[in-house]
Ligand binder design. Structure first.
Ligand code: ADE
Length: 229
C-alpha cells in the first residue's frame, strides 16, 4: 500500500512512521509513506496557505489553492489514489469497520487541516472521505492522520508477525479483549488464573470468551447491543 500524507507539519510524522510496527511494515515493503508539505504547493510568493474568513470571525482558514494543487500533483505520481481522506472533527467517526475497509485499498491519500478550519470548497470540490477520530477538537489533522495510518497498516496482511493476534481479534470482533497475563505466575500477591496454566486449550478458549463478554457487558454494553441489531 502507498500512503501519501499532505500536511503543513511533515516533521511531526517522522518518529511515528519510523518506529515499531510501522517501521517494520516499511522494511517488509508492505507499505510506503510519502510526506508532502502543503506549503510547497502555494502559488503565493510568501508561501501563504491561510487567510481571514469571509464574513469575519476568529482565526484563519486554509485556502483552497495549495490543497487542490498538492492533491493534483501528488495524485499524478504513481498509481491512481483509491481513497482520499480529509481529517475533520465534522467527519464520520472512525471505527474498526472503516479501518478494515481502508486496509484493503492500494493507495490512500490523507489530508490534514490545521488552524480554525479549511475553505468549504476543499470538502465540496473533491471526492473525499471525511473522518473524525472523536468528539473533541485537536489543533490539526496530523495526530488523527497518525491514528488512522497506525490502525490501517497493522491490518495489512503480513504486517503483524503471524496472524494470531488478528485472529483472536476477529473471533472477539465486536467485543473488548479478554484479560491477558504473562510471567510471573504470581506478582505482589496477584495470581494468574489457574485455567490459563492448565494447557487445556478448549477450556482456555471458553474462559476467554466468557471474560470478553463479561468485560464488554460491564464497560461497553453498546457494542453488544449493536451486535444484536
Ligand atoms: N482535526 C481537529 N480535530 C479533529 C478530530 N477530532 N478528528 C479529525 N480531525 C481533527
Amino acid at each position: 500500500m502507498r500512503i501519501d500524507i499532505l500536511t503543513l507539519f511533515p516533521e511531526m510524522f517522522h518518529d511515528v512512521l519510523n518506529e515499531s510496527i510501522l517501521r517494520i511494515a516499511q522494511e517488509k515493503n508492505l507499505v510506503t509513506f510519502h510526506l508532502h508539505n502543503i506549503r510547497d504547493y502555494s502559488n503565493d510568493k510568501h508561501k501563504c496557505v491561510d487567510d481571514k474568513p469571509y464574513g469575519g470571525g476568529a482565526g484563519m482558514v486554509l485556502k483552497p489553492e495549495p490543497i487542490f494543487n498538492a492533491v493534483d500533483a501528488v495524485e499524478a505520481q504513481g498509481d491512481s489514489v483509491s481513497k482520499k481522506i480529509l481529517l475533520t472533527p465534522q467527519g464520520n467517526k472512525l471505527n474498526q469497520k472503516i479501518v478494515e475497509n481502508l486496509s484493503e485499498e492500494t493507495r490512500l491519500m490523507v489530508i490534514c487541516g490545521h488552524y480554525e478550519g479549511f475553505d468549504e470548497r476543499i470538502r465540496s470540490g473533491m471526492n473525499v472521505l471525511e473522518i473524525s477520530i472523536g468528539d473533541y477538537v485537536l489543533t490539526g489533522g496530523e495526530i488523527p492522520a497518525m491514528v488512522i495510518v497506525d490502525a490501517v497498516v497493522r491490518l495489512i496482511p503480513g504486517v503483524l508477525g503471524g496472524d494470531r493476534s488478528l485472529q483472536s481479534e476477529s473471533f472477539m470482533n465486536k467485543m473488548l479483549e479478554y484479560p491477558q497475563y504473562t510471567r510471573p505466575a504470581e506478582f505482589r500477591g496477584m495470581r494468574v488464573p489457574e485455567i490459563l496454566k492448565s494447557g487445556n486449550h478448549s477450556k482456555i478458549k471458553e474462559w476467554r470468551k466468557k471474560k470478553a463478554v463479561l468485560r464488554t457487558q460491564e464497560r461497553r454494553p453498546d457494542l453488544l447491543e449493536k451486535e444484536t441489531q
